[in-house]
Design a protein around this ligand. Structure first.
Ligand SMILES: [Zn+2]
Ligand SMILES: [Zn+2]
Length: 571
């Protein structure tokens, strides 16, 4: 017998969560604000946001947290941080490092990059609560978790050994066993140098490990490998942090995390998630969250890392494209499959979106019940705001693409008129205001510029052509060089004159009749190859021999402008 298929992969997690018979649910995610945070982090955040919506809709109480792990120490800095600055602050917790940019006014390095990410959430429809880990460690309830961990050091060591040892080769096994002899699961910010770990010249990281726990006094002794300072500190001082493998389960237990996604580095066998669950159960007495493993999101063919490589932030994305498309991309794709975000595929994303929306509103017929179920499930989860009763009017991307490249020859008002006339019928109130139109046009312009830039960077001609086939990129020069006009043949000049007269005589034309007329002029009236006629028009409009399909393109152009251009060329 075949297993019953879920209508959407999220339902499998929903079912697993539901088995716990809870009335309150907590979804959690985490990030260390070590630099510009790339858009990949939104994969786990959007998955959790979808879970939040699903359980809220059922009337449950839902908490959704993002742990900003700003108590983590700076192990390295991204390339765009000044090297002197790097030397000064290496080893300090990100929360205690000042913002690296002058006159910025933020409280810390962590707040600078953390807030940069957080400020984009509203555009993606994400509703979560931020927990700054450094602040959390100043609270008694978290400090109690430190106490519990210190009193269960042996138990924690056993668990870690059980999971980690089998993954190591013999040499590293011995190192691990030796390391564990003095290991205690907490570290301390040095009173002398303010660092919490030291990066040795050989590159190894040495935390300011607690050397002894004084149970009666609730104090710890510690040593700073960086400056050599030895000190004593209360576990309630706010200067202690748990080892990362213990920090995670401590937070799960404190917040009763129901489900937390885990990137593939953490979800491997023997990884921090597995050890975390067992520590959570055996040390902190909480069953732990349901693990939801997910694959990385790539940008084109490249991996994204905070510390190196390309930086493509959510902030950058919203300047180029619709956040609903991004939510769609995340939520339509099984989390175990990798996603390559490609800005040149925005038109395909739109096509998928259109189809999904049409099926949701019963305008288009789905291919199967499965498709219909899937898309009906998906659509409400990708909306930034509430689901509208009727299908919203939208200026097609293709049209926006055209209009955004005509800004040097047409006023904003005229571009707006063009846009609106294509989506409203006579007795329809225009549903997209001028104020809404302007940012749409700007976003499209940014996107086209990004694509141009990307296309220019490609070496492979076929790859370049692929982009040109999908996205109409052109530029309209203010004037056409006389050299170009002089190169036109008498037939071409005649053809252009006929075309000009045709436009002058006909006010209401559609794209097809324009396209047909160009053919007729060439084939019937002048008996020249139509190609010659098209070339002539492209040359006087764009200054090049090819361009977008002429019928729709000339229709889109401002008529007086086009007449002016034709007249100038035919003088
Ligand atoms: Zn700043
Ligand atoms: Zn020190």
């Amino acid at each position: 017998m075949k297993n019953k298929m879920s209508i959407h992969w999220l339902e499998e997690t929903v079912e697993e969560i539901s088995k716990r018979n809870l009335t309150e649910f907590t979804f959690s995610t985490g990030k260390t604000p070590s630099g510009h945070v790339h858009i990949g982090i939104l994969r786990e955040i959007i998955i959790c946001d979808a879970l939040r919506r699903i359980f809220e809709k059922r009337g449950a109480k839902v908490s959704f947290y993002l742990f900003m792990d700003d108590f983590d120490a700076a192990k390295r800095f991204p390339y765009y941080i000044d090297t002197e600055y790097q030397k000064t602050y290496l080893g300090k917790p990100f929360a205690l490092i000042p913002c690296p940019f002058e006159d910025c006014g933020c409280d810390s390095y962590a707040r600078h990059f953390g807030n940069e990410l957080i400020s984009t959430f509203k555009y993606f429809g994400i509703k979560n609560e931020i927990i700054w880990t450094y602040d959390l460690y100043q609270k008694r309830e978290m400090q109690e978790k430190i106490r519990i961990a210190l009193e269960n050091t042996d138990k924690i060591k056993e668990i870690l050994k059980k999971y980690i040892l089998p993954t190591l080769d013999n040499e590293r096994k011995q190192l691990f066993i030796d390391m564990q002899k003095t290991w205690i699961p907490a570290m301390v910010i040095c009173d002398e140098c303010n660092k919490i770990q030291y990066k040795a010249p050989d590159g190894t990281i040495q935390p300011n490990r607690v050397t002894k726990y004084l149970k009666k006094e609730r104090d710890v002794l510690y040593e700073c490998p960086g400056c050599g300072y030895k000190g004593k500190k209360s576990i309630y001082s706010g200067k202690l942090k748990l080892n990362w493998r213990v920090d995670w389960p401590a937070k799960w237990a404190l917040f009763n995390a129901t489900c937390e996604p885990a990137g593939k580095d953490h979800s491997v066998k023997g990884g921090a998630y597995d050890t975390g669950i067992e520590i959570c159960q055996k040390v902190f007495d909480y069953e732990g969250p349901i693990k939801l493993p997910y694959e990385w999101l790539r940008f084109g063919n490249q991996d994204m890392k905070t510390s190196k490589g390309i930086v493509f932030t959510p902030n950058k994305y919203i300047k180029l494209a619709d956040p609903e498309l991004y939510r769609m991309l995340i939520l339509r794709t099984n989390p175990m499959k990798h996603i390559s975000l490609r800005m040149e595929e925005i038109p395909q994303y739109y096509d998928y979106y259109e189809r999904m929306e049409n099926i949701f509103y019963g305008i288009e017929k789905p291919e199967s019940k499965e498709e219909s179920d899937f898309l009906n499930y998906l659509y409400p989860l990708i909306k930034i705001k509430d689901v509208p009763i009727h299908k919203p009017r939208r200026i097609p991307l293709k049209l926006l693409t055209f209009l955004s490249q005509m800004q040097n020859i047409m006023s904003l008002n005229k571009l707006y008129e063009k846009a609106i006339s294509s989506i409203t019928t006579l007795n329809d109130e225009s549903v997209i205001s001028f104020e809404e139109f302007k940012p749409l046009l700007k976003r499209t312009e940014n996107w086209i510029n990004e694509i141009k830039h990307y296309k220019d960077s490609l070496k492979d001609e076929k790859a370049k052509r692929n982009i040109s086939n999908k996205i109409e990129i052109f530029s309209i020069p203010k004037t056409i060089e006389s050299k170009i006009i002089n190169s036109l043949s008498d037939d071409q000049i005649n053809g252009l004159k006929k075309f000009r007269d045709f436009l002058a005589d006909n006010d209401h034309l559609d794209a097809d009749s324009i396209q047909n007329k160009i053919f007729t002029i060439a084939k019937k009236e002048l008996e020249i190859p139509p190609r010659k006629m098209f070339e002539a028009l492209y040359l006087i409009i764009l200054g090049s021999k090819s361009g977008p399909r002429l019928g729709p393109f000339t229709l889109m152009l401002d008529r007086p402008w086009l007449m002016g251009r034709l007249n100038q060329s035919l003088q």
